[in-house]
Design a protein around this ligand. Structure first.
Ligand code: BV8
Length: 236
């Protein structure tokens, strides 16, 4: 295969599974325990903000001792080498709301479903890094009003972030790699067909085949901490 020059990588919950953060649809996953339509939608937040904030506060607290794993580090190293080799485009799109890619040193990173460690005020749109518990009576540090604070996370039915940048990168890339995602959530699950349509080589690195596996020309299965570093090593 010719040397790739423009890469888009999409990660999902599977890349953080071995850092102890639950996935969504695996055995015992988050959506196996909680109903996403009761916790991860704007309607759920409007109906019962305390329960929704409690759910995200618990996940935020759980993040504090999570560490980036070998897969996150391999992707950060790939990015550094990619730019050093004079290749032109590198974009890492994550569906994850954890900060493990940042911990590993990834820089060209886009959180299309938002970030658990940022809080947004729905009254004044102030966005800030926050490790504290959110509560309906907590005052926004900017507009000093209560009742507007929510996690800066994209819920079902809400517009994912950075789509223009993502689709522009997909239209140009010659290599698309999906890592640790079940391919159930759109529009992320449709990125592989977009990349294929533009002639990119497509690679899936995940634990086991998922809903979109047939779209990939190259597939390697196994735990991300093994499969991702191996694949990065083997990249010409
Ligand atoms: C949108 C943040 C319009 C929250 C998430 C009805 C009503 C409303 C919308 C819809 C509807 N029907 C369909 C839709 C569209 C909807 C959707 O796709 N629903 C699905 C359920 C059918 N999408 C949306 O609503 C999106 N917005 O459509 O707006 C629009 C559309 C296009 C253009 C413009 C506007 C917004 C979706 C975002 C929702 N927010 N997260 C939170 O985290 O609490 S989504 C949620 O699922 C997760 O955050 C995650 O990001 C996402 C995908 O899950 P995965 O990452 O793939 O995780 P999963 O557990 O599923 O899979 C883990 C994988 O890892 C598995 O394959 C497993 O085998 C593998 N694995 C496990 N262990 C390992 C491993 N791999 C490697 N190593 C291991 N050790």
């Amino acid at each position: 295969m010719a040397r790739s020059d423009r890469i888009v990588i999409l990660t999902g919950a599977g890349v953080s599974a071995e850092s102890g953060l639950g996935t969504f649809r695996d055995e015992g996953g988050l959506w196996a325990k909680f109903d996403p339509m009761k916790l991860a939608t704007p309607e759920a937040f409007a109906d019962d903000p305390e329960t929704v904030l409690g759910f995200y506060n618990a996940r935020r607290a759980n993040l504090s001792d999570a560490k980036a794993n070998a897969a996150h580090h391999a992707l950060a190293e790939l990015e550094q080498n990619w730019m050093m080799d004079g290749r032109s485009d590198f974009l890492l799109v994550t569906q994850n709301i954890d900060d493990l890619h940042e911990q590993a040193g990834s820089a060209s990173l886009l959180h299309m479903h938002g970030e658990l460690l940022r809080t947004r005020c729905s009254l004044c749109d102030h966005l800030f890094y926050d490790r504290e518990d959110m509560a309906i009576d907590r005052l926004c540090p900017a507009c000093t009003k209560a009742g507007g604070l929510r996690p800066h996370v994209v819920w079902f039915g809400e517009m994912p972030l950075g789509l223009d940048q993502i689709y522009a990168a997909l239209s140009r890339c010659d290599l698309f790699v999906a890592i640790g995602t079940s391919g159930t959530v759109y529009p992320a699950a449709g990125f592989v067909s977009e990349a294929r349509r533009n002639g990119a080589h497509t690679v899936e690195l995940t634990l086991e085949p998922g809903e979109i596996s047939d779209f990939f020309s190259e597939r390697h299965y196994g735990p991300a901490t093994e499969v991702v570093p191996e694949w990065v090593q083997g990249l010409g």
